[in-house]
Design a binder for this molecule. Structure first.
Ligand code: F0G
Length: 450
């Protein structure tokens, strides 16, 4: 992998260093570091050469080329040797059309980039392959993260593949069983802490100063480098014609930061002629970025006590808020919030497309509807929703929704009857042919296929 070396640069004061401390914070001002590559702007291949080499690799069977992340390695930090790379053939995720949502919203060119089709079922794998690789290269035997579930599943898998041990800190009772069970199966030491995600992350920050563990949260800038490839792959799938809008869920705000960084780099390299607008959508109950922009003009973080059934984004004190503010501003995007009912409806609508996603991903469709109402998105524009997690990540949410129990005993109970047309309740019958045929006929009468 012949490539120039990379640097760490502080996002606040611009301080540049060749090595980062364990908390990935600037030694001068304490803000977050990002990775920069002083060499890539003058890349000898040029935009056309890069596009062609990335496309060529799609017909190669080399492990690095089969990864939808390392296929774009010219824009990634280079490990000392290809042998260090830990890959599960991540990336390579589909870009789907959404015909039903397209009809209901009036947006004719509406796509979903489905990151839930990654090896552990979420977008985290694209970043984890890079960060886990650098953890192993640095000689760590332990990696650790705080998580709402997907990071821990992904980290545990990559640690296992790379022969490292993993420590997972998750909020007790606030992550789905699917995600927790993944971490257990991949062999992580899993601690369910009696706190929320923000409490887990705070504790991890202290832990990395005291114990020889390598942190794999998205504060780790190698994660964001890997997650950049979502945008590279998306643009390649669109034949390098930028969409007008990319809409992404916001939690700890690493993913929006990574996608934004990729877009800016692609523009600077001449890979795309102009920037799509990158918009971030949060759950109303976990709306720290929305409030940071509205109430503090993006100058300081307004933390919140987070509460939402979209547990993946149940985060009140997002670490990468400043990076996210920067990319929203540089791309001219928006930041919105959606309600619990809007999330549940959007998730059911994405399911009805035969695709499905976890609740946190559905904020994108719910947010699109808001941005259309506000006139920020126009129906004749091209829109890509980033679906971050697989439908199977949170079966409890899905079952409760279809059984009609999701909002029972909550302040939304009365209003939630508006969601009845989207529910598909399971029916228990005797094993009797007539009963099944009768049910079929009733279903045909109540909702004929149009
Ligand atoms: N969607 C899903 C499915 C997620 O798991 C997350 C974050 C997000 C969106 C938000 O992305 O944090 O980069 O803004 N999950 C983390 C975790 C926090 O621990 O799995 P973000």
């Amino acid at each position: 992998m012949p490539r120039p070396t990379f640097h760490f640069r502080c996002i606040e004061c611009g301080f540049v260093t060749l090595s980062a401390a364990q908390d990935f914070r600037c030694a001068e001002c304490g803000n977050l570091l990002e990775i920069t590559d002083p060499g890539w702007k003058s890349h000898s291949l040029g935009a056309a050469g890069l596009k062609s080499i990335w496309r060529e690799r799609r017909s190669s069977n080399l492990p690095l080329d089969l990864s939808g992340v390392w296929r774009f390695r010219e824009l990634l930090p280079a490990p000392a040797s290809e042998r260090h790379v830990i890959t599960l053939r991540e990336g390579n995720t589909p870009l789907y059309e959404l015909p039903q949502s397209s009809r209901s919203t009036g947006v004719l060119r509406l796509y979903a980039k489905h990151q839930g089709m990654n090896p552990t079922g979420s977008f985290k794998d694209a970043g984890m392959t890079v960060a886990a690789t650098f953890a192993r290269q640095a000689g760590y035997s332990w990696v650790a993260c705080a998580s709402t579930g997907n990071t821990s599943a992904s980290m545990a898998a990559y640690a296992a593949r790379g022969g490292m041990r993993s420590l997972v800190l998750v909020p007790e009772g606030k992550i789905s069983w699917s995600k927790l069970s993944q971490a257990l199966d991949y062999g992580a030491l899993t601690c369910q802490l009696r706190t929320d995600f923000d409490g887990c992350l705070r504790l991890l920050q202290e832990l990395v100063r005291r114990a020889p563990v390598y942190q794999l949260n998205s504060i780790n800038p190698f994660r964001l480098e890997g997650q950049k490839t979502l945008a590279l792959e998306l643009l390649e799938q669109l034949d390098w014609q930028p969409p007008d809008h990319i809409i992404v869920p916001g939690g700890n705000l690493g993913n929006s930061s990574a996608i934004g960084k990729a877009l800016l780099e692609m523009r600077d390299l001449g890979l795309i002629p102009h920037l799509p607008k990158l918009s971030v959508i949060q759950a109303g109950g976990a709306n720290a970025l929305v409030r940071t922009l509205r109430e503090a003009g993006g100058k300081h973080l307004v933390s919140v006590q987070a509460e939402t059934r979209a547990t993946a984004i149940r985060i009140g004190n997002p670490a990468s808020w400043q990076k996210a503010v920067n990319v929203i501003r540089s791309t001219g995007g928006a930041c919105e919030q959606v309600s619990e009912l809007e999330i549940a409806q959007a998730k059911a609508e994405i399911g009805a497309e035969g695709i499905g996603c976890e609740p946190a991903s559905a904020v994108t469709l719910a947010g699109l509807k808001k941005l259309l109402q506000q006139g920020f998105v126009k129906p004749d524009e091209t829109v890509v929703l980033v679906l971050t997690g697989n439908l199977l990540k949170d079966p409890d949410f899905t079952m409760e929704f279809h059984r009609g129990d999701l909002f029972k005993g909550t302040i939304h109970e009365r209003e939630s009857s508006s969601l009845n047309p989207f529910r598909h309740t399971p029916i228990v019958l005797d094993a009797n042919l007539d009963a099944v045929i009768q049910t079929l006929e009733q279903a045909e009468k109540s909702s004929p296929i149009t």
